[in-house]
Design a protein around this ligand. Structure first.
Ligand code: TMP
Length: 215
């Protein structure tokens, strides 16, 4: 089983992926956590290139191909082998981020991103996606606070530094996607407290597991 977490900046995915991991593990499911971009030795090098603010001249196609390269390495060397072992794979960001950041808010176009993904990754999709929805003002204020407090580093801030209207497009893109794929993508209101966000997620997980038992 493959579960992904998506959303704009500062949505609180990192905190909640840990809770999902604990919750599913307590229920007896063997889980692994991962993220995109940046899994493993090669992924970390690709992430560094993508996130560095000085790389603002990276052209859209090169940016897309770097995210896809990271994903190719990730799917083949980690996600599929873990799923084949029967593990639940929890991933912080995946393909929906590419649709929204590079396709919808960037210059590539949604159809091209989906078509490219489907050719390269044979229509591979998560079984469940939890979308953390919040206003970009709240999300960016949280990430700026993390930068100030040293919980997040400056060398990873290329996307946070984009203008507010870019982040508004991101929110619009994710919400649009969740309407198109309402069976797979479930939305939580991420502006609430961590406890309240968790109770929304738990409900989604319980419902999903009741309908899709893990073998
Ligand atoms: P994060 O790991 O802190 O969420 O940061 C990853 C950044 O990369 C975030 O701004 C979203 C962006 N991103 C894309 O633009 N396209 C993608 O395909 C992925 C996975 C992430």
């Amino acid at each position: 089983m493959f579960i992904t977490l998506e959303g704009g900046e500062g949505a609180g995915k990192t905190t909640q992926i840990e809770r999902i991991f604990q919750y599913l593990s307590q229920k007896g499911h063997s889980c692994v956590k991962t993220r995109e971009p940046g899994h493993g030795f090669i992924g970390r090098q690709i992430r560094a290139l993508l996130m560095l603010p000085e790389n603002e001249t990276l052209v859209p196609t090169a940016e897309l191909l770097l995210f896809m390269a990271d994903r190719a390495q990730h799917i083949e060397s980690f996600i599929l082998p873990e799923m084949q072992k029967g593990n639940v794979v929890l991933c912080d960001r995946f393909f929906d981020s590419t649709i929204v950041y590079q396709g919808f808010a960037g210059r590539i176009g949604v159809e091209r991103v989906i078509a490219f993904h489907d050719v390269v990754f044979s229509h591979f999709r998560p079984d469940l996606t939890i979308l953390f929805d919040l206003s970009p003002e709240v999300g960016l204020a949280r990430t700026m606070c993390q930068l100030d407090q040293g919980e997040r580093c400056e060398s990873e801030s290329r996307f946070e530094k984009k203008m507010l209207d870019f982040h508004e497009r991101i929110r619009e893109g994710f919400l649009g996607l969740s309407k198109l794929e309402s069976k797979r993508i479930k939305v939580v209101n991420a502006e609430f407290s961590q406890e309240e966000v968790w109770s929304q997620i738990k409900k989604i997980l319980d419902e999903f597991l009741a309908n899709n038992p893990v073998q």
